[in-house]
Design a protein around this ligand. Structure first.
Ligand code: NAP
Length: 245
């Protein structure tokens, strides 16, 4: 498969290596330096684009791919305020879009566990939920997209919560789920969901050891997206038994 890489930072480079290991050809590499110089024709050499760039560039890159009929797989986080606009652009051009705030299989199993635990604990009562994420100091968005997905999933499964709030912003009200975002050294990604009562605490956590798990998920998503239109996510890729996760 011929792949265009849009964004060639830590993730772009990991994806390039994994894509080559799986027998794919990287026909175009785009980063901030050459983005304006790359032509539509160059993009159309690819069968699929994989986009891991920066929050401010993602939506423009998606439109570029939609307009050129190239399905795009993206993991860039921090652009959620433009979700509706991106959905409209995809529809307008009938583009192919695969998005995941986290491409690791382990994290997607963790999402599943988080939803299940939130339902169980909401039924039990007496436990307050909080989320903590730790990432490397270069990460631009806080909280990250994975923590936002975890928070949204708790809110959808526990009626006590109606929104989430970054801890430290301002005092929390009872229906706000607190999210803490810490930035330390070169941490690839740690996420913890804590259910605490006055008597005890239940905690689930996920620790990524390297970026390779995200890169492999993105390349498998690109294989899935070749020739496709429409909107897809990890639940279209991963099933456990008969259940989509
Ligand atoms: N979904 C997931 O599983 C997952 C996993 C890890 C990371 N992420 C997210 O993926 C994104 C990238 O992460 P990273 O660690 O690779 O970041 P990074 O090392 O900072 O790389 C960002 C890349 O984007 C490029 N870029 C900047 N503006 C651009 C533009 N207008 N068009 C194209 N490329 C542009 C940068 O180019 P220059 O080098 O020229 O500045 C750089 O190559 C972040 O949003 C991160 O949160 C997602």
């Amino acid at each position: 498969m011929k792949i265009a890489l849009i964004g060639y930072g830590k993730m772009g480079k990991a994806i390039e290596r994994v894509a080559r290991e799986r027998g794919h050809e990287v026909v175009l590499i785009v980063d901030e330096n050459n983005r304006r110089a790359v032509t539509d024709e160059a993009l159309r050499q690819a069968e699929v684009a994989i986009e891991f760039s920066v929050p401010g560039a993602a939506a423009g890159n998606y439109e570029w791919c939609f307009r050129n009929g190239i399905p795009v797989v993206s993991g860039t986080t921090g652009w959620s305020e433009r979700e509706e606009e991106v959905a409209r652009l995809r529809e307008k051009h009938d583009g192919g879009f695969f998005y995941a705030s986290n491409f690791s299989l382990g994290v997607n199993l963790f999402f599943h566990l988080n939803r299940w635990l939130a339902r169980l604990m909401a039924g039990a009562g007496g436990y307050d939920v909080s989320i903590e994420e730790i990432h490397h100091a270069h990460k631009l968005d806080a909280p990250g997209g994975t923590a936002i997905t975890l928070a949204r999933d708790v809110i959808a499964n526990d009626p006590r919560y109606t929104s989430w709030k970054l801890r430290g912003d301002s005092p929390l009200s009872g229906d706000e789920l607190p999210v803490t975002a810490l930035r330390e050294g070169e941490v690839t990604g740690i996420h913890r969901v804590k259910h605490a009562s006055t008597l005890d605490e239940i905690q689930i956590s996920h620790t990524a050891y390297s970026r390779d798990g995200f890169a492999l998920g993105a390349v498998i998503a690109a294989e899935f997206m070749s020739g496709k239109r429409g909107t897809y996510g990890m639940s279209d890729l991963i099933t456990i038994g008969n259940e989509k996760i």
